[in-house]
Design a binder for this molecule. Structure first.
Ligand code: GLN
Length: 498
């Protein structure tokens, strides 16, 4: 049963703790109990840190008892994607090759949520090294969608989205290289945000593709996402690509959602053929609401978005093949064949053969090929040129519109196995989310209702210019409020049938 304690938003929970209506320990215990009750079905978590969570909760209660100030999320339970390091806790990235590795340090994101008094419940399941759109590529078995346990929760951050949707955690952290926060949010009826590239530190985030990766918040409401965004964002000298500028006012924007007079651009290339009818329908209705709220809706064209997927699947494997070279059996986790009969090179080959799954191997091969001399210009070089054209498309569109919108994903959650044998079909799930990663611009997915044909959540994507993350929250906050008024919140009121 989803008790009132679990159902509260993160903002409400923090307020109740600060007011002394409930203790952080009670809140944490309620969530640990919930994990105990449903996670054998959902499998959102790879590791639950019961002791650590209880200790953090006690620290918040002690702080309050001592009369010291509490931050706006103190005592709120959070799930951390297993691609971010957390001192002393297993960090696997959903891969066998990291089995047994316990990092000796916290990622900056981990440290910031700790410093804010947020209670980390554990580490969540994901596609191996964040490669995938369904969490079926995890070496530890898939996560199930709380709305329908026979369906995928999206990926690669399916564990984080499912934990929030199933009320196992109020908040979660995901990472988004091509859509892995936004697409899982869409198919689980939750809110997910990919901040501006460089807006959130990547220190301690195990790299998939360094020029695309960005960590961000997963939540059930736009305000909760904003509160978490504010905690994790901001300059970090430990990350050379971190932006040294003030964090956009995302919390104020979420609280005062308003689209009056805003110009909202519908991206022509991100709808129509290939998009499920019920997804299109809910998307169009939501756009109608934005118009009704006083926004100016126009159509914009971003012609090079048609090549985004192709460019991404050269740039990502190229960077990934280089980033994953460090898993050499010597430094981290798994080691196979170290029996005195094999050379170091053989141990390395045996370990990588055993430790990496098929999708990872596929991308290492593609990336190594694309970077090899003689092919570099034809593949990687060309893809970088397309990347520039996509950024130019965004720039032109943002001349005419303050934000852009599209469906987040072409379909609702699909069944397990449906796209596993066909990598292209799997890759197409991110057709609408990938352009923002290539351009480094921020994006949000928020639920806009259930598709009539299957009763599953549909997500709408909002995109803004770099460092204008507050616009996502301003539009998202206004749309969410209007939707709640009209239909009730798709997840807060029509909780998944678990
Ligand atoms: N699904 C995309 C991929 O497989 C995006 C992954 C991600 O954002 N980490 O690469």
């Amino acid at each position: 049963m989803v008790t009132d304690l679990l159902r509260r938003t993160a903002a409400q929970t923090a307020e109740a703790i600060a007011a002394g209506d409930v203790s952080a320990l009670e809140v944490t215990n309620a969530h640990l109990d919930r994990i105990g009750a449903v996670d054998s079905s959902v499998h959102a978590f790879l590791h639950v840190d019961t002791e650590g969570a209880l200790a953090s909760a006690r620290a918040v209660d002690d702080r309050r008892a001592a009369g010291r100030a509490l931050g706006p999320l103190a005592g709120v339970p959070l799930a951390l994607k297993d691609v971010l390091t957390m001192r002393g806790a297993p960090t696997t990235c959903g891969s066998r090759i990291l089995e047994g590795w316990r990092p000796p340090y916290d990622a900056t994101v981990t440290r910031r949520v700790r410093d804010a008094g947020v209670v980390i419940l554990g580490k969540t399941n994901m596609d191996e090294f964040a490669m995938g759109s369904s969490t079926e590529h995890s070496a530890y078995g898939p996560t199930r969608n709380p709305w329908d346990l026979e369906r995928i929760p999206g990926g690669s951050g399916g564990g984080s989205a499912a934990a929030v949707a199933a009320y196992e955690a109020s908040l979660a952290i995901g990472t988004d290289t091509g859509g892995s926060i936004r697409q899982p949010a869409a198919v689980t009826g939750t809110v997910g945000v990919k901040p501006t590239y460089g807006g959130v530190s990547r220190y301690g985030l195990v790299a998939l593709a360094s020029s695309l990766d960005q960590a961000g918040p997963c939540a059930r409401t736009v305000l909760d996402a904003a509160l978490l965004h504010e905690v994790i964002a901001g300059h970090d000298p430990m990350d050379s690509t971190s932006i040294d500028a003030p964090v956009p006012g995302v919390v104020a924007a979420a609280r005062h959602g308003d689209v009056r007079g805003m110009r909202i651009g519908l991206v022509k290339e991100l709808s129509g053929e290939g998009y499920q009818a019920g997804v299109e329908q809910r998307f169009r209705e939501a756009v109608g609401i934005l118009e009704h709220l006083g926004a100016d809706v126009i159509e914009v064209s971003c012609p090079h978005f048609d090549y985004a997927l192709a460019a991404y699947y050269l740039i990502l494997p190229a960077e990934a093949s280089s980033n994953l070279a460090k898993f050499d059996a010597m430094r981290y986790g798994l080691r196979v064949g170290d029996d005195g009969a094999h050379s170091a090179e053989q141990v390395m080959a045996l370990t990588r053969a055993r430790g990496f799954g098929d999708e990872v191997v596929r991308r290492i091969i593609i990336g190594t090929y694309a970077l090899s001399s003689g092919y570099y210009d034809a593949y990687y070089g060309q893809a970088q040129k397309v990347r520039r054209l996509i950024a130019d498309d965004f720039a032109a569109a943002f001349e005419r519109a303050d934000v852009l919108v599209s469906p987040t994903a072409p379909t609702t959650a699909f069944r397990f196995g449906e796209k596993l044998e066909d990598p292209m079909a799997m890759y197409l799930n991110d057709v609408a989310t990938i352009p923002a990663n290539l351009a480094g611009t921020p994006g949000m997915s928020l639920p806009v209702g259930l598709a009539p044909e299957d009763g599953l959540p549909v997500g709408l994507q909002i995109m803004a210019p770099a460092m204008a993350d507050d616009r996502l929250y301003r539009v998202g906050g206004a749309l969410e409020a209007a939707l709640v008024e009209r239909w009730g919140h798709p997840i807060l009121e029509e909780a998944p049938p678990l």
